[in-house]
Structures are given as structure tokens and as C-alpha cells.
Design a binder for this molecule. Sequence first.
Ligand code: IDP
Ligand code: MG
Length: 153
Amino acid sequence: MESSLILIKPSAIERFLTGEIISRLQKKGLIITGLKMMQLDEKILREHYAHLVDRPFFPFLLASMMACPVIAVCVKGKNAVEAVRNMVGFTDGSKAAPGTIRGDYCLSNQENIVHASDSPENAAIEIKRFFKEDEIFDYTPGYFRYLYDPEGH
Ligand code: IDP
Ligand code: MG
């Protein structure tokens, strides 16, 4: 079972979209293994968005991500990273397909509702970045047999 890290960004928290996003993840069959609200700071964001620190919009991105607390969600499921990225849609909400989270709830490049890990390797790094080991609950819910066949397919 693969894990992925989602951040419910200030653009979603402020617009009361938290429940909607968590509901979509759960209805897909993704199992929530970690959930926490946290105020991000510049240090963690420079690490998390290291690939963007030299971009001209980075100061705006920093301010946007620190505007209010975010909610970090860790989920597990079959091909969870790809499945969540497909549910989230293109970075720019104005280009994201209807039916995706960004496609349904935003038009912006920056204020795009959620972050989602882009590879299993990065997911492992990001889960460690936002959760302590004892904040992840790797349990098997009772409804598991309604999500997969006995071999997890
Ligand atoms: P992703 O979130 O779809 O993986 P990345 O390219 O990793 O996209 O960018 C990380 C975040 O940086 C985006 O989700 C968005 O909030 C912000 N961002 C990316 N490109 C731009 C831009 O051109 N202008 C403003 N913000 C941007
Ligand atoms: Mg990214």
C-alpha cells in the first residue's frame, strides 16, 4: 500500500473547503493515516518548495502558505500518489479538468487549494517533513474488504 501527503492550503481553509476535500479523499477509498493542523513557517516552506525558491513568485507563495494554518493529511491506498494527483488536477486551476479538486474549486496558479506529493519517493520525504512517526496510524479499517480484493488489488 502506497502513501501520499496532501496539504489543505490556506486557500481551502479560508473558503471552508476542508470537509469537501477530506470527503473526496475518503469517498475514493483512500485511508487516512494522519491528520493535523499546523502553522507553516519559512524554514519548512523553503525545504518543501526548494524547487521554486529562485522563482520570482516565491515570496508570494511563502506569504500565501503562511496566511493561516494548513491541514496535513496522510493517506494510503493502491497507487495512492498517482491517484491523488489525478484527483487534484493541473497546477493552474483555470486549466485543471472539471471533476478534479483544482478544476472544481479554483482558477488560480498559486491559490490552488491543495498540495499533493508527485512521486512515491517525494511522498516518503514529505510525510516525514510534516508528521512525526507516532502521528501516523497505519491501521486496517474494517471496511478494507469493500475496497480491494483479498490480495489488495
Ligand atoms: P504542484 O503543486 O502542482 O505540484 P509545483 O510546480 O510543484 O506544482 O508548484 C508548487 C506550488 O507553487 C503550486 O501548487 C502553486 O501554489 C505555486 N506555483 C507554481 N507555479 C506558480 C506560478 O507560476 N505562480 C504562482 N504560484 C505558482
Ligand atoms: Mg509540486
